[in-house]
Design a protein around this ligand. Structure first.
Ligand code: TZP
Ligand code: MG
Length: 214
């Protein structure tokens, strides 16, 4: 699938540790049913063949919902399953090398933790950036929260799509939207929720409410 003309407001990332006893496929199917606009496979601890199997499953699932699939870290797996793109951190393969490998049609997202990284990724041709972690989060332990002040700065200065991430829940999402985010991303709040579809619907409701106010 090629979907360079993508847009999204709710970005859902996998996190298998958050749903013991429930299958990844079921949880992500529920997230899609609830309105997830884009899905990322992020499997830091799994052996590569397991990541590949999960990527194949999510490729089929996201295609059914016509939602882009992004693979964290593994360009080769993204290519093997014809994912829509990859997401890379500051210590991963640099954007220019990833672009040279993937070509212009794939989505490349870059994690950023300050405005200098954001502007660098933007100038380098990233399709979107992550802004975070906004709040402290057990999904990325030990990383300093950037707070909503970086969200505010990104809203003022970043012209490509940016997505706020890190510790975002239904209880604090309004503060992130008030700071100017139009897109939010969550792992634990969604895949760890007892009702991922309902939780996604509630996030979408908040996103729509803020979009209507803008
Ligand atoms: N990058 C910045 S924060 C984060 C990632 C992958 C973790 C987000 O997970 P959660 O559970 O929504 O805080
Ligand atoms: Mg990475």
């Amino acid at each position: 699938m090629k979907s360079k003309t993508f847009d999204f407001s709710l970005y859902v990332i996998t996190g298998e540790n958050y749903h013991p006893g429930r299958k990844l496929e079921q949880v992500m199917e529920q997230a899609l049913r609830g309105g997830a606009d884009i899905v990322q496979l992020r499997a830091k601890d799994a052996p590569k063949r397991e990541v590949l199997a999960q990527a194949r499953m999510l490729r089929d699932l996201t295609a059914r919902y016509q939602v882009p699939l992004i693979i964290n870290d593994h360009l080769d797996i993204a290519q093997a399953v014809s994912a829509d793109g990859v997401h890379l951190g500051q210590e991963d393969l640099p954007l220019a090398e990833a672009r040279a490998i993937l070509g212009p049609d794939r989505i490349i997202g870059i994690s950023t933790h300050n405005i200098a990284q954001a502007l660098e990724a933007q100038a380098g041709g990233a399709d979107y950036i992550g802004v975070g972690p906004v709040f402290p989060t057990g999904t990325k332990p030990g990383r300093q929260a950037v707070t909503t002040s970086y969200v505010r700065e990104a809203a003022e200065r970043v012209t490509i799509p940016f997505v706020a991430i890190g510790g975002i829940t239904l209880d604090n999402v309004d503060a992130v939207l008030e700071a100017g985010a139009k897109r939010v991303c969550a792992v634990s709040a969604i895949v760890g929720s007892a009702e991922p579809a309902e939780t996604c619907r509630a996030f979408k409701h908040r996103l729509r409410a803020f979009a209507a106010m803008a």
